[in-house]
Design a protein. Structure first.
Length: 106
């Protein structure tokens, strides 16, 4: 089994990203991906950067992408914006595919 990849999803309060994280965990399991996906609020990001492999931010934070990337750079953590459609539809499978194509290029 490959090493577990830890991915953090971030939105305002961690609520909507929490639903997406749950859906994505189920999809990852079905697809045989060893991903640990958690959701947190924006204010908690800094305390997780040293222990994650990827950071995904809600589409409503796209204007803060550079700021998140600067914060994550010392930890070599890639940061991407979750596409509106995946976020809005709470599309776990779509999120797993997005993670593979954007964060980890598998």
């Amino acid at each position: 089994m490959s090493e577990t990849k830890k991915i953090l999803l971030v939105c305002g309060m961690g609520m909507s990203s929490g639903f997406l994280a749950t859906s994505a965990r189920k999809a990852a399991k079905k697809l045989g991906k060893n991903y640990q996906i958690e959701a947190r609020s924006e204010t908690e990001v800094s305390s997780f950067l040293s222990s994650i492999d990827g950071l995904l931010i809600g589409p409503h934070y796209s204007q803060k992408l550079d700021s998140f990337r600067k914060q994550a750079q010392p930890y070599h953590v890639p940061v991407e914006v979750i596409p509106d459609k995946i976020y809005g539809m709470i599309d776990g499978k779509g999120l797993i595919e997005f993670i593979q194509n954007s964060l980890f290029k598998e």
